[in-house]
Write a protein that binds this ligand. Sequence first.
Ligand SMILES: [Zn+2]
Length: 67
Amino acid sequence: MSHWVHIKHSIDQATLHRDRCLEVPFNPTTPDYWGGGWFEYSNKEAAQEALEQSGATRQFKCPLCKP
Ligand SMILES: [Zn+2]
């Protein structure tokens, strides 16, 4: 199962999601480094690492899908 990291640099926040979470857009826009965006990872370990390395001060796990 893939996982997603949603990075919002504008509010200094990153969130980890499972695949198929309702929060994950059907057709995510292309992420860009400065603005952030949705990044897909093939496993939870990679996504967790990306979350920790995102540089965002606030790092969350989605309360809906509980990754
Ligand atoms: Zn979620």
